[in-house]
Ligand binder design. Sequence first.
Ligand code: ZN
Length: 175
Amino acid sequence: MYSGDHFSDPAASQPSTPAPPRPKASKCPCCGHHTLRPTARAHRVCRYRLAVLTLPTRLLVPTCSRCKHSILSFDSVPELAATLESAYRAEVVHRASVEITHLGQFFSQRRIEREIDLSQGYLSRLRAGDGVPSAALVSLLALLSNDPQRLEELKAYWALPLPAEPSPPKRKQDA
Ligand SMILES: [Zn+2]
């Protein structure tokens, strides 16, 4: 029995403000009931590139109201690709800003820029949310932020020559 009778009769609603049509239900591949509908929900997470991202609540993902099965794919959610790319960029920008702010308690931005070969003012711009850094740079900033003294280690690393590689074993000239 259909229990949606709390919805107003479409014929009785004002013509100027029609209620949005209820999304058509399709068959849930998990439980087999026709209870799969595009559904907004908070706290959906999705791994994208190297990050686990929280998707916007408004993103409509086919979800079963009965068994909670959801189908999060590029086919089932046409705007997923653009949403993930946008969320990823925002995440990278935000994480860079947080790590730069934290590292600023230990070093001047200019010093960090010098030691990891960034142009002057770049960290300041990133901290302000201006520009999208590479995930590799954010990863480096996160490692340094967790253990700031390792900036000295990097300085020493680049100052010293690499240790000589062990020479390959000489091939015996038999014959
Ligand atoms: Zn289901």
